[in-house]
Each structure stands twice: as structure tokens, then as C-alpha cells.
Design a protein around this ligand. Sequence first.
Ligand SMILES: [Zn+2]
Length: 304
Amino acid sequence: MFQTTIAKESSVEGVGLHTGVHGRVRLLSAQTDTGIVFRRVDLDNFLIEAQGHNVARVSYATSLMKQGVLLSTTEHLLAAIYSCGIDNVYIDIDSIEVPILDGSAEPFMQMLEHSGVRKLRRKRRYLKVLKPLEVSEGDRRIGVYPADEFRVRCYVDFPHPVVGQQEVEMLVGPDTFRHLLARARTFCFDRDIEPLRAMGLIRGGSLENAIVLTHDGIMNGPLRFPDEFGRHKALDLIGDLALIGLPLLARVDAHKAGHSLHTQLVSRLLADPSLWTITTREAAPAQHQAYAAVLPQTSAVPAD
Ligand SMILES: [Zn+2]
């Protein structure tokens, strides 16, 4: 299995959910061992690697910060890139926050499908988990366990008539991500809107980019899936796991977790090299098939 980048550039623009600032994102190909790297084109091409050591503030969205330069709400875009097996890509962005678009990862999947995949000449390196690691806060917990493929299980429980208990369990790859998770949108409770605004958040939030839950129903239905909430949480989880910086061979189990626990798991995992090894071993066959089925691949191997 070789490293990949995108075959051609693609872009999208819109407002950021929390800042309300308009931004444009452009994906560009990158050479081997670059990883997934944001480039603030409004700040002299300042580079912010999508890696655990750059995680900054995590409450309602995941933000990266490096040398005081912030980049917010990375999780939906990173979930799409990571699930599609893109190892190396520059993400040029001209603002402080990744656009929220429709609140899901579907527009980013469309970008990636437009971009296609290009194989590079160097073997892909995986982070393979050897020993379990668990992080918990009260009744919320997340764990990562040894496995030969990348699987996630995500359980949510919101005491609300249209949410309740929801669980998603899947092998992560482009095909499963596209069909099971990509279209699931972010959500909030109407009672939280004013407090969040008072905190300076969700300035770009609207009924077009988030499902709003009322006391006993939904303000802006219909849902795209009956369990759209659980699916979206799994999407967020994968986007945060992308900060591991390498494709993962492990099973991740999240129980009522969120960005804070997700990123704590990533940081603690990376901080303890006795828990994992880096390997170039091939991924599971199922991932190969899913990979080939969804994204157009070019056979040309560039000189890189
Ligand atoms: Zn989200």
C-alpha cells in the first residue's frame, strides 16, 4: 500500500460556524511524508500540521494552534480526508475557521471526489496500536484497542425524544464514510443558542447548517437519518482521530465522548510510544476494496 495525495486541486467556500467569518478552502497535492497540513494563506502561508501536538482549545469544535496562530473547526474536513485515505495534502485556507457549509462532511467528500487520488512512490506508514488506552470523565469514556484495521464504535445518549440512545459501529474507509456518516449534520439544542452566542460562539450558525432540537422535536426537519446525531458524533470522532497524523490500525470505542475526550486520547496515545508501533504493513482487504470503489484513481505515478 503506497502513500497517496490528491490528483487535482479543488475548493469550497462559506462561513465558519463559530466565527461567522467567510473562508475559502483549497486542497492541493503534496509530496510523500508531508501529512495533512493547513496553510494560512492570509498569514504568509503559515503552516499548521493536523497533528495532536497542535491541538488547542476544544469545546464545541476542535481547534488547532501553533505559535499563536489559530485554526478552528477542523473536524469535518479532516474526517473526510482521513476516511478517504489521503495521506498527504495541503489545505490552503484564508481565514481562521473551516467553513461549516451544510454542517456535514458531504461537501468535503464532493471536493475529494472531484480531486481524485494519486498514488505516490513511498510505502504508507500506519500507526498500529499494541496496547489499550482508555480516558474517562465521569460516565463519558473513550478507549483505543489493538486491531488489524481501523474501526470505530460511537455511542451517544441524549435525553431527548428524537435522540435518546444511538450507536454506530463501522470499519472506516471511503465507502463506509460516504454512505454512513458523511451526510450527517451537526446539531444543537435551541436552549443552548443564546448562551453559546453570549460566549461569542455560533456566529455563523443557521437553520441551514445545523439541526436545531427544540424541547420535544426538531425545528428544521426532516432528518437525513433517524440516528443522524449518533452518526455525526462518529464523524466528529474520526475527524479528531485524524490528528494522530498517520492512518490508524486500531479499534476506537467512544461512549458519550466529545471533542475534549477524543483529543485527550490522541494526545495521550502519541505521548506514549510503548502503546503503538509504526508499520508499513498492508491494510485489511476490505479497506482496499472500499477505497477503489469510491474515489477515482489515476494510475500515473509522478516523480516526487
Ligand atoms: Zn461536528
